[in-house]
Design a protein around this ligand. Sequence first.
Ligand SMILES: Nc1nc2c(ncn2[C@@H]2O[C@H](COP(=O)(O)OP(=O)(O)OP(=O)(O)O)[C@@H](O)[C@H]2O)c(=O)[nH]1
Ligand SMILES: [Mg+2]
Length: 466
Amino acid sequence: MSDLPRFAVVGHPNKGKSSIVATLAEDDTVAIAKESGTTTRARSFPMRIDEAPLYELIDTPGFQRARAVLAWLTAHERGAEARPAVLRAFVDSHRDDPSFQSECELLQAVIDGAGILYVVDGAKPYSREYEAEMEILRWSGQPRMALINLIGRGDHVDEWRRALDQFFAIVRVFDAVHADFDKRIELLRAFGELHEPWASKLKEAADALIRERKRRRERSATEIADLLCHCLTISCRAGFEGDAPDEALKSRLTNELMQAVRNRERKARKLVQEIYQHGGVVLEEANASLLSTDVFSEQSFNLFGLSGMQLALTGAASGAIAIGGVDLLFGGASLGLATALGALVGGAGTLFAADRLAKVKVLGTPLGGSELRIGPITNPNFPWVLLGRALLHHRLVAERNHALRERLVVDAARGEHFTDTLDLEHRRTLDRCFKTLRDERAADTEIRTALVNEIVSLMDSETASP
Ligand SMILES: Nc1nc2c(ncn2[C@@H]2O[C@H](COP(=O)(O)OP(=O)(O)OP(=O)(O)O)[C@@H](O)[C@H]2O)c(=O)[nH]1
Ligand SMILES: [Mg+2]
């Protein structure tokens, strides 16, 4: 047998054992359900990074007849040092007995050398019926930690602790669905301290997870930078007859351009989800969800765009625009500055007449005809909206545990005022990148690298703040 740390996740039926396995092994395929008795066979789920296993979680069925097992063990008791052997004898002699199938499945992993993670639900009161389970686990002599999961609103953590402390060297509150990254790392380290032979492997595993998280951020930032580079440089064109293009052609090309952005954004989200092994998660399509709102919607612009004042300050600071020239950027010399800012804050939808969104240009073709080009998108708020949405999506995906099986729903409050979180220095650097992309209609390595670095630092500062 390999000396890879292995943990059998055991306990009463329906207490979140499989949820803990899914979270710790980052595996969406673990069966989780409301119904008791979902897991009927022990099954191992390795946590791997780049194919290399770090540790293994064994999902098991819940105890069904703990008291009967304990009665058998007690009847065959022959001293403390022989207890693990008696436990093994129980499994050997009941392997084919269907009435102890769950117990044999779960105890086999333990007598084969797995460490024990005993899961209880701290939202429900403690009761003595659990004592037989805990006592059986103590007979195994294996290293063991108790995890108080919280399913629902009750809080009986203190009484659970008092009981669990007597059977387990370490007791932790560990919410299967919402436990964050640091909590997972802490659990691995604590188990390492509990069981010396695994200490170095579990320390390596924790270090590998931390390195992997950094790498995932960098890869995601690269995807988001690519999204920005693409969407700030694309344009759509089509030939036309006569002196000037008609409105229908303008609006067809504008729609094509907008559709290309939507598709590219969808692709970026998919790539980011795959980086976090969440490729299968469905984005909530309900109206309440921020991420499912259109990238060009007024709501998106209000939540993720810079405010009029920020835009003016950023532009002035980076030399992109002078405050007096703000209204030009909004596409209408006829609009005064105040009106333009008002339009941005209050009614961004009105900005999307073709000539307010993107450059509109009539070009000659080599054969003497004319061509209409719409793009690149010059609306000053567009890159901020795209970036704000991408960062929010990234954060939700990165924080999401694999035990969570609902659709990905976005809490509107969390996305609010994205640009308020950016300091002027960041805004200036980003704004310069956006401007260069728009003007040169292509991304060079330097711009791309600068963008990736900025995005990683934004991701880092998100997790640094509570
Ligand atoms: N809100 C909340 N629900 C949870 C949590 N942990 C588990 N659940 C839910 O509780 C139910 C049972 O979770 P499972 O992980 O399947 O429990 P189990 O112990 O493996 O159950 P069996 O295999 O039937 O013994 C599922 O509906 C989970 O979504 C939690 O931390 N918070
Ligand atoms: Mg289960």
